[in-house]
Write a protein that binds this ligand. Structure first.
Ligand SMILES: *Cc1c(COP(=O)(O)O)cnc(C)c1O
Length: 453
């Protein structure tokens, strides 16, 4: 019976037409997923891990369907990527049309209009009413690397500050910027030089006001590096992998003011927070900061690999011709997908939907918190909300409880992701195409998993 269902699912296309239900026809992994994952173990290095033991065959709306016909509720969006929904029809159509037209020329050889249109859209949509320019790349890490290159070239300085709990990628420079050793850095050094770390505002754990936390960071930067040696500071307006840490009000504006006064480029890494995820087109808007440069990726193109650096034209223009680019950067299929995604972000009520989802998530999680002191903090904005799990006596991070809850929820067919420097945060990043019923059912499963843990 289960295998018959699986055959049916194999022929089912993805996208929003998929049955919107949680349905387990096997334990996870089922036999087909198990066979594929056994091949993964043989063919793919152990360093490329996975957290949900299924092989995906279709996805859309609010579900991911596996090779055995299990339908899982998706509360992760492939790490904040499929914000508009997996296999969104507008994106699927744009990709198919572009793939039939041309797949690549290399923008550095013979440019094409869609790349320029994406740049124009980014220049228009990002905060700041000054002249802007954008350059396109393939991944968030590559965008971050290029933002640092551009800031160094513009300032003629080398130092870069990243923050405690920050995550900026897995390439050499971005490993240096990333705070957490395991699993991102351990054993992979030496890391790029002239990268310094400053303390973040983490209200749940430091109890500082935004201005006080900024003063602490600024004092450290002035004493340990010197403003005159600093090209840039890079910060996630809401930290992603580090634990969905929302800085206290006033922290980011004080940092941005200090950067402006000292000729330091203020880079907002909005790779995870960008494109409606937080109930705003960009999270910088929540805090009233206008970055000099913004890095974007993840949600930008509905799942196609694309990333960008957008910022003040005079900074972006600092590089000599040929200094920026890459063979695939701004690939035409990825650009077609981004234009379709941006159309959805601007015209299909996605920002409002992120706010609604944020209300559902926050109300439910704070209700759970009031019954269960092991939830120490609930925080986030829009469809980027997290719960931090602690020992109620000491507030010490409880990574074991967090892992147990996440694993139990996954076993029951709900994809949830963990994060946090201390591994004690469950983050909710549902696709904005998920229905209320599925979202609430997913939260029910998480609540049951917590009660049982
Ligand atoms: C995911 C992420 C990156 C890295 O993006 P990749 O596409 O995985 O290279 C950088 N910064 C932030 C804030 C991220 O969340």
């Amino acid at each position: 019976m289960a295998l018959l269902d699986a055959e049916t699912e194999h022929r089912t296309q993805g996208g929003p037409g998929l049955p919107q239900q949680r349905r387990l026809v096997t334990d996870l992994p089922g036999p087909r997923s198990a066979a594929i994952l056994a091949r993964k173990a043989d063919a793919v290095p152990a360093g490329v891990g996975h957290t949900v033991p299924v092989a995906a065959v279709a996805a859309g709306g609010g579900v991911v369907v596996d090779a055995d016909g299990n339908s899982l509720i998706d509360l992760g969006s492939g790490i904040a990527v499929t914000t508009v929904g997996n296999a969104h029809p507008k994106i699927a159509a744009a990709v198919a049309a572009q793939a039939a037209q041309f797949t690549h020329t290399c923008f550095m050889i013979s440019p094409y209009e869609s790349y320029i249109e994406v740049a124009e859209a980014l220049n228009r949509l990002t905060p700041g009413d000054f002249a802007k320019k954008s350059a396109l790349f393939n991944s968030g890490a590559e965008a971050v690397e290029n933002a640092i290159k551009i800031a160094r070239k513009h300032t003629g300085r080398q130092g870069v500050v990243a923050f405690d709990h920050g995550y900026h990628g897995r390439t050499n420079l971005t490993m240096a910027l990333t705070a957490k050793s395991m699993p991102y850095k351990s054993g992979f050094g030496p890391f790029a030089p002239e990268v310094y770390r400053a303390p973040m505002s983490y209200p749940f754990r430091d109890g500082l006001t935004g201005p006080d936390a900024a003063e602490r960071a600024i004092s450290q930067m002035e004493k340990q590096i010197g403003a005159g040696n600093l090209a840039a500071i890079i910060i996630e307006p809401i930290q992603g992998e580090g634990g969905f840490i929302v800085p206290a009000d006033g922290f980011l504006p004080a940092l941005a003011d200090w950067c402006r006064a000292n000729g330091v480029v203020f880079i907002a890494d909005e790779v995870q927070t960008g494109f409606a995820r937080t109930g705003h087109m960009f999270a910088s808007e929540i805090f009233g900061v206008v970055p000099d440069l913004i890095t974007t990726a993840k949600g930008i193109a509905g799942g196609l690999p694309l990333a960008a650096v957008t910022g003040r034209a005079e900074i972006m223009d600092a590089s000599h011709a040929g200094g920026l680019g890459g063979t695939y950067g701004g690939n035409p299929i990825a650009c077609a997908a981004a234009l379709a995604a941006i159309d959805v972000f601007e015209n299909d009520g996605v920002i409002e939907r992120a706010q609604q989802i944020g209300t559902i998530l926050t109300e439910r999680l704070t209700a759970m918190q009031s019954q269960d002191p092991r939830i120490g903090d609930v925080r986030g904005h829009g469809a980027m909300i997290a719960a931090e799990f602690v020992d109620p006596e000491t507030n010490a991070p409880d990574a074991a409880l967090t892992a147990a809850v996440a694993q139990a929820a996954i076993a029951q067919g709900v994809i949830v992701l963990t994060c946090g420097t201390y591994g004690n945060v469950i983050r909710f990043l549902p696709p904005l195409s998920i229905g209320d019923d599925l979202l609430i059912e997913g939260l029910d499963v998480v609540a049951e998993a917590l009660a049982a843990a």
